[in-house]
Design a protein. Structure first.
Length: 233
């Protein structure tokens, strides 16, 4: 037997054929075997990376060095602004994450930066979508006791709509059904506003275009400059 240390297992894609045995899948909090149709492709992820030795230090580094062209978070924060922090719900991961939850650590680091910048109008939103509302214990697990006790009693931790209760004669439209219904009604309201207001918007665009043409070379120059500024590349 060789004593050479084996490297991490790479990821790969398996194409199912007639000789492929049943595949083991997650099923709720357990497992089940399923025979997949011939031609199916199963993606096997590579072995996980080593655990981060200092998660909070990694979070601070990420906030100070964002990917892309964004400024660091401490540059974007300023006194008097309103800060909203959205965090995902408990649908993943399974099994539950050990404390402190990664969401708690990230939120605490963001709140510390906000406090140093004088931001005191902060709200937390549980991004539930169509899932049920989170219980108090689940919220405490996600954001930590200190954050929960600071925001929940003040009404600054939102955990709404997916479990909303309506009067009995409207009960069918409550719970998870209420979210797409409310979103649809909001969309109709927006469509009504923009539909009725479009003639004025159209008239304004027409007047602006006529003004650019009437301004001659100067108008064309301004138009060209603004047009180039709108091109991302």
């Amino acid at each position: 037997m060789s004593d050479r240390k084996r490297g991490p297992r790479p990821g790969f894609v398996l194409e199912v054929d007639r000789s492929t045995p049943a595949t083991l899948f997650w099923h709720g909090e357990g497992f089940r075997l399923e025979k997949l149709p011939v031609g199916s492709r199963v993606i096997y992820a590579p072995e996980p990376l080593d655990a981060i030795a200092d998660p909070r230090g990694a979070i601070r580094h990420a906030l100070a060095n964002p990917i892309g062209d964004s400024e660091p978070l401490d540059v974007l924060l300023f006194s008097g602004m309103k800060l909203t922090i959205a965090f995902d719900d408990i649908s993943l991961p399974l099994p539950p994450m050990e404390r402190p939850d990664i969401r708690q650590m990230i939120i605490e680091e963001v709140l510390e930066l906000a406090a140093r910048k004088g931001v005191d109008d902060v709200h937390l939103i549980a991004a539930l979508a169509l899932h049920r509302r989170m219980t108090e214990d689940e919220l405490r697990h996600a954001v930590g006791d200190r954050v929960y006790d600071a925001f929940a009693p003040a009404g600054a931790l939102y955990n709404r709509f997916a479990n909303i209760r309506l009067p009995d004669y409207l009960a069918f439209f409550g719970g998870r059904r209420f979210v797409p219904i409310a979103a649809g009604l909001a969309g109709l309201g927006g469509a009504l506003v923009f539909g009725l207001g479009f003639p004025w918007l159209e008239a304004g665009i027409d007047s602006l275009s006529r003004g650019v043409v009437a301004a001659g070379p100067l108008g064309l120059f301004v138009y060209g400059v603004l047009n180039r500024l709108l091109i991302v590349t």
